[in-house]
Ligand binder design. Sequence first.
Ligand SMILES: Cc1cc2nc3c(=O)[nH]c(=O)nc-3n(C[C@H](O)[C@H](O)[C@H](O)COP(=O)(O)OP(=O)(O)OC[C@H]3O[C@@H](n4cnc5c(N)ncnc54)[C@H](O)[C@@H]3O)c2cc1C
Length: 465
Amino acid sequence: MSSVYDLIVIGSGPAGQRAAIHGAKLGKRVALVENREVVGGACINTGTIPSKTMREAVLHLSGYNYRSIYGMNYRVKERITMADLAFRVQHVIKTEIDVTQAQLSRNNIEVLTGSAGFEDPTHVRVTNSRGSTVYEAAATLIATGTKPATSPKVPINGTTVINSDLVLDLKTLPKTMIIVGGGVIGVEYTCMFAALGVRCTLIERRPRLLEFADQEIVESLSYHLRDSRVTMRLNEEVESVESMEDGTVVANLESKKKVTGDTLLYAVGRQGNVDELNLAAIGVEADNRGRIPVDKDFRTKCPNIFAAGDVIGFPSLASVSMEQGRVAAARAFGDETILSNPSYYPYGIYTIPEISFIGKTEEQLTEEDVPYEVGVAYYREIARGQIRGDTTGRLKLIFHRENHSLLGVHIIGEGASELLHIGQAVMALGGTIEYFVDTVFNYPTLAECYKVAAFNGLNRVSKLD
Ligand SMILES: Cc1cc2nc3c(=O)[nH]c(=O)nc-3n(C[C@H](O)[C@H](O)[C@H](O)COP(=O)(O)OP(=O)(O)OC[C@H]3O[C@@H](n4cnc5c(N)ncnc54)[C@H](O)[C@@H]3O)c2cc1C
């Protein structure tokens, strides 16, 4: 039997959901294929939502944010277990799945459960335990996301050697932990476990963590990691991993060092989910990390097949994936009216403390010979910072020395990912830092940092002029 759709979307993560809903809003007949039993993709089931909920549970139960006020021994719960964390995570996952399902059904999107693969550019075969069916579609969007990359050097056993999909399956909280990978996922989990009192060793092959973030902000994060007793092994590569008889794990480094822990989390990269797609049938080829090349409209080499979200590579964020999916569905039906500017995509990194930024870093502007100045505000100078007990946060504005246009905003501190959006709006509307000087912010709020930083920046310019 062959059913005919205007759009078939493969994958129900953020990219697929938004694409399907946008297609439906354009009046098209849309089917969404998902190979998991539930919708939501890696975002809801194993990635963003579980990790951010776990972070919230960690911060709450450990009393971490209030230790500067009530003392280093302050705790909301004395013995925090993995079950405490999983309880809150499962609750949020279930709710998010329900919300997503409701949105899809409200928009009359047919959800087909099974694994999708191409027969040719207009036919998709969906296979599940009941058999397989071929569906026809004028356009198809690949939004199949990624899975944790594997390495023969690090055999995952699901108990002592795990990847990010398996963190919440840990039965007990380890006393010591080795985290391999200083990218976003590795650093976020390091912060969470360190806040729970786990002695963590973070191993990264590059000379610094989070290489795409502003150096000063990363240095500040590194200070916090060391303060939480994290040992950082930078410029180090894992040669092999051994599971010992006493139940511990040893990471042997190429430099001949050995690192021992109760658990090892391998968080080095992700691999595109393309194996089941039969891309050869549409003349499309993924690269060695399973990333599908697309043009600015998210169109693959095959004119009626689009791809969006993590499967096309950087920046691999749920936030951006949603937007890519929406734009891809618009373009599939000739709608050119939706414009999305990657220069204004924000980054939120949920370390402890949180990091968020938009626009250029100082390093990029130096490289590009752009004359810039910075203005900085410290949370400790702001009443809200004192009230919240976050006295180490800071907000940095980077602006053009001559025309004062805002070129970048970089924040480290609690609430950073929310606070950033003020700067994002000013940047997107072409504003200058005088906007912050002339604006009255609620008091006491962290938003006041913008005003203080703008004054600080203008002072620096006037002293130099
Ligand atoms: C631990 C972790 C933390 C993260 N934290 C954040 C964060 O704080 N903020 C943020 O913005 N992003 C975060 N991300 C990234 C975010 O989860 C991804 O960017 C986002 O999920 C990508 O969405 P997607 O729609 O491309 O794919 P996914 O969410 O991966 O969904 C793809 C779906 O397609 C299904 N699928 C694959 N192949 C097929 C097939 N052949 N047929 C049918 N279905 C198929 C998959 O099973 C999956 O359900 C995090 C990721 C991880 C792993």
